[in-house]
Design a protein around this ligand. Structure first.
Ligand SMILES: Nc1ncnc2c1ncn2[C@@H]1O[C@H](COP(=O)(O)OP(=O)(O)OP(=O)(O)O)[C@@H](O)[C@H]1O
Ligand SMILES: [Mg+2]
Length: 398
């Protein structure tokens, strides 16, 4: 895809902004290329000398494949130097990757903040804890964002690139700290103590699935068992509550500070662009820093108007003189040429549509917002070589 001066300038500007961030978060609708973009941004920063961690919460575990490592677990792994050497790349920094397992993150939180091992085990074994850590909306996202905070504070990495989950509610992840502050505030305890909760009559409060669900989940136990388990849960878990609010504020501060930048990833079609603009408005309203838009899978314009205007007979003659060995001799060359021209003009149409929806998107964004394009490659990106190709397109290195 030919790059204009504007595009090259946008890439440089984006690269400079990223070089000043400690955290970059890729957001966007499902399937647009968030995981790929996170890896590409991480790769570029590692090549330029930073120690980078790419954190994904992608359940499809695609990141591991594209980075050329066997599997990705909740422990971070460095991408071996040989992988880069195979491609003739010499990273000046380091590239690490890990998968953020939500349940695991929440357990770690308990392990870290429980006052003693006895309390820790009592919480981890408690059925109410299991309910809270797996079913309460926002708790797992919260645990994930706290893990991010922990890693940033550890100073182990110069840059952490965070991938977000494939949901239409990707922004939940960002709202999780605030939601959890709410959830663990005294209202939560009030809700649990509320008359009628244990008999299943109250259905409001912070438990978004409703009391009936809680009661159904826990209802296999007798009232006595339930009460004593709840008692243990409240006594032990509340010992963690105190620090929660303060740490959640820490996460919110990190996300809002100039240490963190957001990248909105989108496909070029007008519907997805609308969703991307919605993400942008929301981030902007919350005073979060949006560093760039990445438009992924853009149809490149590669057929000239002269070629499209060719009479099928002329193309047929070119195809059969000398005959292409791969072509079936039974095929009528003119029919084939007609199909090829039709195909090329459809492709050209897609390229035109993409260009116009990207232009309309640009009109609705601040003039200074970098809009970066990655072409539609003819195959999935599932190797470091593929990521490097996307990097070349995104950052304009040829
Ligand atoms: N420019 C591209 N050209 C061709 N294939 C691409 C391109 N970008 C991404 N892909 C492929 O599209 C698929 C989806 O990309 P990716 O996993 O990055 O999207 P995602 O936004 O993270 O998806 P999800 O919302 O499911 O997490 C992957 O198989 C990836 O290899
Ligand atoms: Mg993903």
């Amino acid at each position: 895809m030919a790059r204009t001066d504007d595009e090259a300038q946008a890439s440089r500007y984006f690269e400079r902004v990223i070089s000043e961030r400690q955290v970059v978060i890729c957001v966007g609708s499902g399937g647009v290329g968030k995981t790929t973009s996170s890896a590409v941004i991480g790769l570029n920063a590692a090549l330029s000398g930073r120690r980078v961690l790419v954190m994904t919460i992608d359940p499809a575990r695609r990141l591991a494949n594209s980075l050329g490592i066997e599997a990705l677990g909740s422990e971070m792994q460095q991408i071996p130097l040989e992988r880069f050497e195979e491609l003739g790349l010499e990273p000046k920094g380091e590239l690490w990757a890990m998968m953020l397992d939500m349940k695991d993150s929440f357990d770690r939180l308990v392990q870290r903040h429980a006052p003693d091992p006895k309390t820790r085990d009592a919480i981890l074994d408690n059925r109410f804890y299991h309910y809270f850590s797996t079913s309460l909306a926002g708790t797992q996202e919260y645990a994930a964002s706290e893990r991010l905070h922990e890693l940033v504070q550890s100073g182990e990495f110069d840059l952490i690139v965070l991938d977000t989950p494939p949901t239409t509610h990707a922004l939940d992840f960002l709202e999780a700290p605030e939601r959890l502050v709410d959830a663990v505030s005294s209202r939560a305890l009030q809700w649990l103590y509320k008359p009628g909760v244990l008999s299943g009559r109250s259905g409001m409060g912070i438990v978004s699935l409703g009391t009936n669900y809680v009661m159904r989940t826990l209802g296999k136990f007798t009232g006595g068992e339930l009460l004593s388990e709840l008692g243990v849960f409240l006594k032990t878990f509340s010992s963690l509550f105190e620090g929660f609010e303060e740490r959640a504020r820490g996460v919110i501060d990190l996300l809002k500070s100039s240490r963190t930048g957001f990248v909105v990833v989108t496909a070029p079609d007008s519907l997805t662009v609308e969703e991307a603009l919605y993400f942008y408005e929301k981030l902007d309203r919350d005073a979060l820093h949006v560093d760039a838009f990445i438009v992924n899978r853009v149809h490149p314009r590669w057929v000239s108007e002269e070629a499209l205007a060719l009479p099928p007979e002329a193309l047929a003659a070119a195809l059969s003189e000398p005959p292409l060995p791969a072509l079936d001799p039974a095929l009528n060359p003119t029919d084939l040429a007609e199909h090829l021209l039709e195909n090329a003009s459809q492709f050209e149409l897609r390229a035109t549509q993409d260009a116009s929806s990207i232009a309309l998107m640009g009109d609705r964004l601040p003039k200074t917002m970098p809009i970066l394009k990655v072409p539609y490659f003819n195959r999935d990106i599932h190797s470091l070589a593929g990521l490097n190709k996307a990097r070349t397109a995104l950052f304009g290195y040829f």
